[in-house]
Design a protein around this ligand. Structure first.
Ligand SMILES: [Fe+2]
Ligand SMILES: [Fe+2]
Length: 253
């Protein structure tokens, strides 16, 4: 039996004072849940589901608030030490390590486990209404945007991400789910460019939370919508962090 609970507790305490709020324990745990879910959807067995969960918990265990330096190498080193501590078999450790190594770039995943961690991190955690809140926090904490106004940072960051992880880099099997998830940040970005009030307001409030290093769950729960659109985003993001979207997502695959 894999010591999943123990590893989770360890990760939780290890990430109490993370460098990046957008990559805190909440993000790790949701990626773990999402990765396990994808393995199930892709007909992986219980063992693979457990490995995906552990890989999800550890995939950003070292993560500075910047995309300019890769976090993979240091994350892998730290993961190896953690898994050694929990006395996991070498073959099991290697499978988890490989999944972590492959989570950053599209098209390099070789098996269901690697795919699942990548998909959870990119389709569930880096798309959807939720990511609009998450990115606003990241814009406040990341050094990548220093010297830019919030408007410039937002447009620059969204444009870069949406190009790198556009629907065509994912397997056709997920196209319906991706179209659905991709729509939320895309619609937000277009509204933000047009300076629509709801989008400017949502970004500004999220940025304020990020400046105070407050977690995304708090932002989403406390966010007070002023317009129809941002009310829709809050509701959707809240449903996602409460784990209430999976049934609907499953119908899209
Ligand atoms: Fe990552
Ligand atoms: Fe991540």
């Amino acid at each position: 039996m894999l010591p999943i609970k123990e590893i989770e507790e360890f990760v939780k305490s290890e990430t109490k004072n993370v460098d990046s709020i957008a990559h805190d324990f909440g993000h790790l745990k949701r990626t773990a849940i999402g990765a396990r879910w994808f393995v199930k959807i892709l007909n992986g067995d219980k063992k693979e589901q457990d490995l995906a969960y552990i890989a999800g918990l550890l995939h950003d265990i070292v993560r500075a608030p910047t995309d300019k330096i890769s976090h993979i190498k240091n994350g892998v080193e730290k993961t190896r030490k953690i898994l050694e501590q929990f006395k996991l078999e070498k073959t099991v450790t290697n499978k988890i390590i490989e999944a972590i190594k492959m989570h950053g770039e599209p098209g390099i995943q070789k098996d269901v486990l690697q795919q699942s961690v990548f998909l959870a991190d990119k389709i569930l955690e880096a798309m959807g209404a939720y990511v609009v809140f998450r990115r606003a926090i990241y814009h406040a904490e990341s050094s990548d945007f220093s010297g830019m106004s919030l408007e410039e940072a937002t447009i620059y960051h969204y444009t870069w991400r949406m190009k790198k992880f556009n629907p065509s880099v994912f397997h056709k099997k997920f196209s319906k789910l991706i179209t659905y998830q991709y729509y939320w940040p895309l619609h937000f970005l277009n509204a933000f460019k047009r300076k629509e009030e709801w989008a400017l307001y949502l970004e500004r409030i999220g940025y304020e939370y990020g400046s105070k290093k407050l977690p995304i769950e708090k932002l989403i729960k406390n966010f007070e919508p002023k317009f129809k659109e941002d009310e829709k985003y809050k509701k959707e993001a809240l449903f996602y962090i409460q784990g209430k979207k999976f049934e609907e997502f499953e119908k899209m695959i």
